[in-house]
Design a protein around this ligand. Sequence first.
Ligand SMILES: [Cu+2]
Length: 346
Amino acid sequence: MTSKLMLLMLAAMFFLGACKSSTEQANASGAKSSAAAMEEAKGQPEEAEITAAPRVPAPIGNRGPKKLIVKLLTTEIEGEIADGKKYTFWTFNNIVPGSFIRVREGDEVEVRLRNDANSVLPHNIDLHAVNGPGGGAEATSAVAGKEEAFTFKAMNPGLYVYHCAAPPVPMHIGNGMYGLILVEPAGGLKPVDREYYIMQGEFYTKARESGLLEFDNDKAVSENPDYVLFNGKKGSLLGTGMIEAKVGETVRLFVGNGGPNLVSSFHVIGEIFDNVYQEGGTAVTHNVQTTIIPAGGSAIVEFKVDVPGEYVLVDHSLSRAFNKGAIGKLKVTGEKNPKVFKKGGL
Ligand SMILES: [Cu+2]
């Protein structure tokens, strides 16, 4: 009887020990994002939803890895840059910044880049989310009227810049050829009430006889832009372009900086960032007033809005905001909250 009991106890101890060690192993492998990234992408390829700023595609949620196709068209088009002035933009999908791309860690992504038949120059795409030569630049280099493609596995979660890397690279980026790709971690980002896409870039201009503005290489080399803009146009986030939220909501901004040269000091006047995914990576800091966004880099900022009003988005290198265009607004509507903010004394 006693020996039977001891055997049972020994068996139970062994079983529990085995359970513990397998749980520990699972935790150890679960902590490695690379392990999650090695999950197999399943099913037939689907076309990724892509959107124009300030909109972003729907969150990934809790799905497994997929095979996705991202279609991009490079173009050279005239558009308004500021105050009725026209500029020859070079774009991904006819917009600056280019379409927001949203994928999941472990997704296998086929990027199809077609260069419009009316283009003068070859274009390509270097996605900073890629592990591979040139981020895909050589593999996608396409002359006018041609399509090129490459496939990559999204191994590292984060918010990444993509841009054209055809020579001269500062000119292609300076003309507006940049955008953001978000690689969500397994399980997805925490849900929030509002998400927006904002990308800064500076423009170095000179006028042709017709008045049409084009890229000025001397100004670019001396890093002296005429315009520093959010989403490729002066006032794009003002007036009817203001982004919006309601009191009590949490706002997430995916902020990128195409450059090609300047580092942004991103700030929202009257708000504090509750969370900042520094440089678009995995490290999150709290209670941040202004965050640095490198040229060719990004940040994800999150904050809850407590009080109604208009909140001004700036590059806190303020001459850029008040003289060169790097200014936008977030309009918050809802009940006043005098416990948090009121005019007058106690
Ligand atoms: Cu290009």
